[in-house]
Design a protein around this ligand. Sequence first.
Ligand SMILES: [Zn+2]
Ligand SMILES: [Zn+2]
Length: 251
Amino acid sequence: MNKVVVLGSGTGIPSLRRASPSLLLSSENVRLIIDSGPGALRRMLKVGITYRDIDLLLYTHLHPDHTADFVPILFASKYGDHPREKELTCLGGPGFRFFVEKLQDLYGSWIRPQTYHLTIKEISSNPFLWGHMKILSAPMAHLAGSVGYRFEWQDKKSLVISGDTDYCESIVTLAQGTDLLILECSFPDEKKVEGHLTPSLAGRIAKESQCKRLLLTHLYPICDQYDILGQCRKTFQGDIIVAEDLMEIEL
Ligand SMILES: [Zn+2]
Ligand SMILES: [Zn+2]
């Protein structure tokens, strides 16, 4: 069984209701974290996961609200009494390797692995195979190097995660027919910001991609003053879920 847990349904703006972006994907005995915004490492404890349990760490892009806990994960992994032992693979879009190298220059031995093997990878045009999963990616309309991911399983189930994006053909194509489409939904229709989606644009992507279910996340605090679900229904009549922290969705 595959399960998604929303560790943070918010953004870089502090909110007591919504932590910064991070998703946990559990698939059989594999645990993937997609983005680790500030506080994600602590949030994981709420669902019984620690820095020692993550198998694969994926990043949609390098904005701090999505990557801030990357260094704390590597730092905690060196903790003397409970060091990380499992191999850790980290995957990101173009520029991710450079980003990690700069952090390694800055923090040196404080984050250099000693008790485990660390692999840093950038996505390519070939699917990334991980156990029983196939991970595809596509560029998103947010900033250079932003990517969305599509996870496919042998039983034909699939999951698509946009990360931050504006409306683009690329997300519609990536999300084609998926069982669960997780889209960012930063601002209400009335407050559209370039490089981000609104509920009705997210609904348009859901409709055009013919996804089976839509989950809206990455909600700025202002969203909680608007009828996000109602705005999204104007363009998508399928199953819509507005994320809350620690929400679990089975696939
Ligand atoms: Zn963001
Ligand atoms: Zn961003």
